[in-house]
Design a protein around this ligand. Sequence first.
Ligand SMILES: Cc1cc2nc3c(=O)[nH]c(=O)nc-3n(C[C@H](O)[C@H](O)[C@H](O)COP(=O)(O)OP(=O)(O)OC[C@H]3O[C@@H](n4cnc5c(N)ncnc54)[C@H](O)[C@@H]3O)c2cc1C
Length: 403
Amino acid sequence: MNFEYTARTQDLIQQVEAFMDRYIYPVEQQLNTYYGQAENYWTVHPKIEELKGLAKSAGLWNLFLPKSYGELSPGLTNLEYAPLAELMGRCKWAAEIFNCSAPDTGNMEVLAKYGNPEQQERWLKPLMEGKIRSAFLMTEPDVASSDATNIETSIVADGDEYVINGRKWWSSGAMHPHCKIAIVMGKTDFEAQRHVQQSMILVPMDTPGLEIVRPLNVFGSYDAPEGHAEIKLTNVRVPKSNILLGEGRGFEIAQGRLGPGRIHHCMRLVGAAQRSLELMCQRVASRQAFGRTLKDFSSIRQDIATSRCEIEQARLLTLSAADKMDREGSKGAKDLISMIKIVAPRMCQGVVDRAIQAHGGMGVSGDTPLASFFAYSRIIRIADGPDEVHMYQLGRNTVKMWM
Ligand SMILES: Cc1cc2nc3c(=O)[nH]c(=O)nc-3n(C[C@H](O)[C@H](O)[C@H](O)COP(=O)(O)OP(=O)(O)OC[C@H]3O[C@@H](n4cnc5c(N)ncnc54)[C@H](O)[C@@H]3O)c2cc1C
C-alpha cells in the first residue's frame, strides 16, 4: 500500500481542512442548537444551503464517488478519499455540506452503477447537484433485518406497474424536507432461490400509498433534519421501468452498495475519534483538580495514550480496506471491510467515552460534539450490518482459510 498522496489529494486535504476551520466549526454549535428545537426539526437552515454552495463552487463536492465511475467522478480513489472523509467526520453534519453524506452517497453509487440513463437523468443528476436528498428502505420492524433475506415487503407486477406493500423503519434521511426519492428493497419472487427473491425499486416519496408513520428517536435525538422514519407502503404503484437492474437483482445491489458506505462511516468515525482526543487534550491541559492539572494524572495520560494508539490502528486498517477496495472491489475487500466495520465503531466509542469522562459533566452535554459522536459510534455498531454479524461472517471466512 502506498501512503504517498498525490499533490492534488494533498491540496484537497488542505482545502477541506481550511473549509472546516473557516466555515463549519464557527457555526457548528449554532446549528446543533437550532436542530435541537422541535419547531426546527424538519426544516433546512439557510446556512446549510449557503455552505453547500461554497463547497460546490470550491470543487469540494461529491469527492466520495471513486474514479472508477469515469466522468461522474471527481477522480479520487477510495484511498485518496479516506483522509477527506476523516476530516468531514470531525463535525456531525459536515459530510452533507460536501454532498458526501449517507444515505445519499450509497444511493448515488447505486444509481451510477445500476441505473439506466432515464433513471440517472431523473434522480442521479439532482442528487449529484445536491438539489434533492434520498432514502434507502431495507430494514423492517417485523423481521430480523440483519439477515436481508428475511425482508417481507412485496413487489408484485400488475400490467405496466409494480404494486408495493410492506412496512419499513430506520429509513434514514426520509424526514428531510428535500427527500424526494427512496430506493425500496422488497421481494418480487417469494419462491425463488434465497438470494434472488429480492429486487430494488425506485419510489418517489410523494407516491400515493407511501405514508410516513413517525420519526424514530435515537438516544433522545431525532437526528434532524434527516431523521430516521418508519414508513408504511400500502398498494404503492410505480411504473415497471422503476426497477433497478432487473427482478431478482436486489441482493446483488445491496452487497455492492454496502461496501463503500460501510467504509465511509469508518473513515468519518476515525475523524470523530481524532477530534474527541484533541478536545480531551485541550480540556485536561486547562483544568485543575487536587492540586494538579488533569493532564498530569497518570490515569489520564494512559487514557490519552491508549486513545492515540487505537485511533492510529483503526486509521491504518481503514486505509488498508480502502486500498484493497480500489484494487479488488467490494467483493475482494470483504474481509477487510468486515474488520474495519468491527474495529472503527468500537474504537470510536471507547475513545469518545474517555474524552467524555475527562470533560466531566460537560462531556455529556450538548456543549461539545462528544455526546453526538458517542451516539454515532454506538449506532454504527448496528446500522449497515451489526458488528456481531460481521464477526460471524469474518470468523467463518477465517476458519475456511485454515481448515
Ligand atoms: C440510526 C440508524 C440508522 C439506520 N439507517 C438505515 C437506513 O437508512 N436504511 C435501512 O434499511 N436500515 C437502516 N438501519 C437499520 C439497520 O441496518 C438495522 O437495524 C440492522 O441491519 C440490524 O437489523 P435489525 O434492527 O432488524 O436487528 P436484528 O436483525 O433483529 O438483529 C438484532 C441483533 O442480533 C444480533 N445478531 C444478528 N445476527 C447475528 C449473528 N449472525 N451472530 C451474532 N449476532 C447476531 C446482532 O447483534 C443484532 O444487532 C439503521 C439503523 C439505525 C440504528
